[in-house]
Design a binder for this molecule. Structure first.
Ligand code: HEM
Length: 513
């Protein structure tokens, strides 16, 4: 009996191996796939991905070139790892790659794709995108909430002054600041600190859990026939979390609706509520309660860790490069002076600071593999066949370190973006494909303008307001710069520092006593 079972098992495995290889070979006669490592039966190339997939995939470029094919479970995956290949996918073939692949997070947590991040490319996505660009992130909307960001950044600097000689975990404090600012902008509430209520507490813990769950590799996403088994229990946890999240968002929505006129346009949620029942596209399309809740969810998850971790990396790089820190401080002293804190409107007059931010985005893009896209139809790119249904990963991280594009690619050199530099005029806004931390094309980050403003303003404030010393006697040369891969690329070791105020107490809004 045991022998029979073993024979059947062996035959099945052999059959699967032959199928996968013959599948690959057949396609290579007629439709040549991009090169890539040979997949294992069933699990494909999953074991090749390692713990830091952006680095593993980047290393594969040397062997296979800048366009790569992998099989993750049963899913075809293509990876774009050079400026010109990214441009092919996200500019020339952008419309074909404008949807996202199916995944359990979108299904169970993001209102079954009714949100903006995962909505299939089409009418509803266009509507949500328009709402976000016109009503949430327009220049006017950003100006309306400027005072909120200014107040929250002010609170952060006062806290940094008050710590005295105690070391601080900078990433944690910056994260609190970003979450509080976004909380006030979106739902009119701070989420950390003295005046945060118990609802805020609950919201915060749910966001943390959601980020953790979204970061888990769920086998069912790659081997769909196993999805129903929910082998890791991920789908179950997602469904339970979604119920809690939905109850919370529904109660906030109801509360806002009851407050009616009082809250009109004092936060983004009020603006969204005011759009309910309005014909938004001239075709009767309006906003539903579910879409409003899904949008809130998106903004919070997509907009907090990304911005906060970028600032954390920027200060770490400046500490490692004291000459660059001094230049950035000198620029601030000349343009802003030391008698008032820098504000968002000063940023346009701070080209060196802007170059520092670009260089930091180049070496530390918060989402190194961007968000996945899917090929709606088969197409041909660089002479290779890209099958319908393939997942596209854009290796933003590898492209920004490509030695064909960047001289001395691992060095932190903001000067390269200044007039006369090799990349003078290159920006992060999606038209220069060698530097696309926010992605590019139709699905480019919807919160780019807010994210960029927040990061520039926060970094400028921390540079103007403080000199920075590493805690525990760590020297700048020895500062650990390892990455921990997750939903966003965080520092593996927190940046623990002593902030030394550079300005008079009254400039931080503190009494001089
Ligand atoms: C450092 C800051 C940020 C970075 C680097 C960043 C990066 C990205 C990237 C790479 C994508 C995927 C683009 C693609 O699929 O091609 C994305 C999408 C998105 N981001 Fe951001 N993001 C940041 C901040 C924000 C903020 C502050 C918000 C909102 C509050 C936001 C909201 C979104 C949304 C809604 C999408 C989905 C857009 C769509 O699918 O149409 N992001 N972001």
């Amino acid at each position: 009996m045991a022998t029979l079972f073993l024979t059947i098992l062996l035959a099945t495995v052999l059959f699967l191996i032959l199928r996968i290889f013959s599948h690959r070979r057949n396609r290579s006669h007629n439709n040549r796939l991009p090169p890539g490592p040979n997949p294992w039966p069933i699990i494909g190339n999953l074991p090749h991905m390692g713990t830091k997939p952006h680095r593993t995939l980047s290393a594969m470029v040397t062997t296979y070139g800048p366009i790569l094919h992998l099989r993750l479970g049963f899913v075809d995956v293509v990876v774009a790892a050079s400026k010109s290949v990214a441009e092919q996918f996200l500019k020339i073939h952008d419309a074909n790659f404008a949807s996202r692949p199916p995944n359990s997070g979108a299904k169970h947590m993001a209102y079954n794709y009714q949100d903006l991040v995962f909505a299939p490319y089409g009418h509803r996505w266009r509507l949500l995108r328009k709402i976000s660009s016109v009503h949430l992130f327009s220049a006017k909307a950003l100006e309306d909430f400027k005072h909120v960001r200014q107040e929250e950044v002010g609170t952060l600097t006062r806290e940094l002054v008050r710590v005295g000689t105690k070391p601080v975990n900078l990433g944690q404090l910056v994260n609190m600041c970003v979450v509080n600012a976004l909380g006030r902008e979106m739902i009119g509430r701070r989420l950390f600190g003295a005046d945060a209520d118990h609802k805020a507490d609950e919201f915060r813990s749910m966001v943390t859990e959601m980020m953790a769950l979204a970061g888990v590799f769920n086998i069912g996403d790659f081997v769909p026939s196993l999805d129903w088994l929910d082998l890791q229990g991920v789908a179950g946890k997602m469904k339970r979390l979604h119920k809690r999240f939905d109850a919370f968002l529904s109660s906030i929505l109801k509360e806002h609706e009851m407050n009616g006129q009082d809250q009109k346009h004092t936060d983004m949620l009020s603006t969204l509520i005011s759009l309910k029942g309005t014909d938004l596209d001239g075709d009767g399309g309006s906003l539903t309660d579910t879409e409003i809740k899904a949008l809130l969810l998106n903004m919070f998850t997509a907009g907090t860790d990304t911005s906060a971790s970028t600032v954390d990396w920027a200060i770490a790089e400046l500490i490692r490069h004291p000459d660059i820190m001094v230049k950035a401080q000198e620029e601030l002293d000349i343009v802003v002076g030391r008698d008032r804190p820098v504000n968002e409107s000063d940023i346009a007059q701070l080209p060196y600071l802007q170059a520092v931010i670009k260089e930091n985005f180049r070496l530390h893009p918060p989402t190194p593999l961007s968000l996945p896209h899917i090929a709606s139809e088969s197409c041909e790119i660089n002479g290779y066949h890209i099958p319908k249904g393939s997942t596209l990963l854009t290796n933003i991280w590898a492209i920004a370190r490509d030695p064909d594009q960047w001289s001395d690619p691992l060095a932190f050199k903001p000067e390269r973006f200044l007039p006369g530099g090799e990349k003078s005029g290159v920006d992060v806004k999606g038209s220069d494909f060698e530097l696309i931390p926010f992605g590019a094309g139709r699905r480019i980050c919807a919160g780019l303008s807010l994210g960029l403003r927040t990061i520039q303003f926060l970094t400028a404030t921390l540079v103007q307001g403080f000199d920075w010393e590493l805690a525990g006697g760590v020297t700048p040369e020895k500062l650990n710069m390892e990455e921990s891969y997750g939903l966003t690329l965080q520092r593996a070791v927190p940046l623990v520092v002593h902030p030394k105020p550079r300005l008079a107490p009254n400039v931080y809004g503190l009494g001089s006593g």
